[in-house]
Design a protein around this ligand. Sequence first.
Ligand SMILES: CC1=C(/C=C/C(C)=C/C=C/C(C)=C/C=C/C=C(C)/C=C/C=O)C(C)(C)CCC1
Ligand SMILES: [Fe+2]
Length: 564
Amino acid sequence: MATSLTLIATPCTDPRSSSSFALAPRLPPRRSRDDILIDPRNAAAARRRVPVRGAVRATTLRSDQEPAGDSGATTTKLSAWTSVRQERWEGDLSVDGHLPPWLNGTYIRNGPGMWDVGEHAFHHLFDGYATLVRVSFRGGGGARATGAHRQIESEAYRAAVARGRPVLREFSHCPAPAKSLLDRVGDLVGLVTGAALTDNPNSAVLPLGDGRVMCLTETTKSSVLIDPDTLETVGRFRYTDRLGGMVQSAHPIVTDTEFLTLLPDLVRPGHLVVRMEAGSNERKVIGRVDCRGGPSPGWLHSFAVTEKYVVVPEMPLRYSSASLLTSELAPFYAFDWVPASGSYMHVMCKSTGKTVASVEVPPFMAIHFINAYEEEGDEAAVVVDCCEHYGDPAIIETLVLSRLRSLRGKDVLPNARVGRFRIPLDGSPFGELETALDPEEHGRGMDMCSINPARLGRKYRYAYACGARRPCNFPNTLTKIDLVEKKAKSWHEEGSVPSEPFFVARPGATDEDDGVVISIVSSDDGEGYALVLDATTFEEIARVRFPYGLPYGFHGCWIPATEE
Ligand SMILES: CC1=C(/C=C/C(C)=C/C=C/C(C)=C/C=C/C=C(C)/C=C/C=O)C(C)(C)CCC1
Ligand SMILES: [Fe+2]
């Protein structure tokens, strides 16, 4: 069987777009039922799976190792867990519904859209090579938008395509050890220096305050710059400081003026809290937080800030130094679950770098933090909200691709809630963790959150996240959480998988929920579209359709159009 992923340029003369073309990987012949030809020139045909003359030959890359699954898995055309069929595409998109006239700018979403390379099929959702999806809205409420998708050309992706297998370590994949002694020495050097780790930036996409756009994941080397119009990979973001560090938070907090992030110290367990000014490539240390538990820092995918403070979480899912040094998987891939090591929250003052609170909290498991704010008065405290998985790391195993593909319709999504920490600032040793609203409001599913960025670090009322309509094996609703009324409103469509609901404010708005929420949906019948919801009513206002189904993705961003 042909297994190479050699890239071949294939002209694609889309009559709707002069600049449209595709680079189609040369793919192995299909092994399963829905061998299809997708031609972006004919959206309807693509949706009906009708072969089109002269179309770009493209194949759904799907794992042979996929379990047989239940009826849901075998009958669906859902593209959420299926590798993107072409390396890139761009063209016009049709709009069903009425876009608000003020919606003028570009939404970009990042995520792991390619899980197969050569004969190799990745095991876990987090492994896939980064795929960007763009939807550009032209303002004026027109019935057209333009769209694109494109692979990020990381070293990990390029090497995998060239060799027909992954070469660098991904989340759940460690390359086989070398056979010769000399090559084994090379492997060891790669492990110690971090050269063996992935730079596949498949988590977040962030417009920096200076106009550059960064994509990244957990390894420091994964920070890359992309062109938001062409989605082209501009190149690696080179930090000019000497802070080094192999890993970083995948969710730096970026404003017009700065970029704040955390660098875990795996040798002397702790975190450096660092700031980089807009326009600079140099991170400067604000301060250091020592971990209270061990043997290594808690996994820190994201964190939270208030106006004055940076909140550093320390949960019992900890980086596995052994796994990193031996290139062998730990019980949770790169992490160990060490409940006896305790759970803590640390609060650092942004201006002095001093840790003003370090409290023990009930056990927690949170990948995504929602927001945080200060409460003043006699009982001064920092309140921190997160998508909390009841102190259970089971969500990591839920996101194994074979389970996502085969367990659709089964009620196997672990429960989650909006966890609200209260961290006292009076020197008390303990903090509290409570449930912010009845989790039944959002079907006991809760992850992939956004807020109105104007409320970052301030008291706020609304969060948008993916919730659950059970039975389900993955969050399948878009949910608006009202943290004051303790109520939720949801959008749901049977069999569809929506990604993170991303809030975009109406220019000039003063109400916190005055704007729209954008999410990319992979539907049960194989379609892919950007869904636009009115953020106030949470009613659907438009669908912006791609001519093919899209893979699931993680996080989005909004880049307003500049005045011409
Ligand atoms: C941290 C190390 C590594 C890399 C880790 C990576 C790539 C982690 C990626 C985490 C992601 C993408 C998390 C996404 C979460 C999404 C959720 C919870 C979705 C929920 C749905 O509703 C290695 C490179 C493996 C080794 C060094 C350490
Ligand atoms: Fe994330």
